[in-house]
Write a protein that binds this ligand. Structure first.
Ligand SMILES: [Zn+2]
Length: 126
């Protein structure tokens, strides 16, 4: 989570507890969310991420997960070839308190990939 205050938030999107998506920094501006990777990444954060004692914990509400997956899918359509990562892959930090890549893969699995699509891909390789 961001500790610089809300006046100039370093993230491009914030997922509120009720799942509403708030726009932080406009996409045209470079984010300030992950050191060394700001220039070519889009920062998304969610409200929460720690337990009452301040320990890292995946506190995402179902509405937040839904919003996060929807936003991620939308951004991947807008920016083909982009990849999905957690802050904790690039910095010695716990946030966002879950394994982003595993979580995203698991989400994609729940969507299911139609059999014909897989066969088409296999044909294309020949
Ligand atoms: Zn972070």
């Amino acid at each position: 989570m961001n500790d610089r205050g809300w006046s100039d938030i370093g993230y491009h999107y914030v997922i509120e507890l009720d799942g509403s998506v708030r726009t932080g920094r406009p996409l045209i501006r470079v984010g300030a969310h992950v050191q060394g990777r700001n220039a070519n990444s889009i920062g998304i954060c969610y409200v929460g991420g720690t337990d009452k004692k301040g320990k890292a914990k995946d506190t995402r509400e179902p509405e937040q997960k839904k919003a996060l997956y929807g936003l991620t899918a939308e951004l991947l359509r807008r920016f083909p070839g982009a990849t999905v990562h957690g802050h904790n892959e690039f910095a010695a930090k716990a946030c966002p308190s879950f394994d982003v890549r595993t979580d995203w893969q698991a989400h994609l699995m729940t969507l299911g990939i139609p059999r014909e699509d897989i066969e088409e891909e296999e044909d294309a390789k020949l």
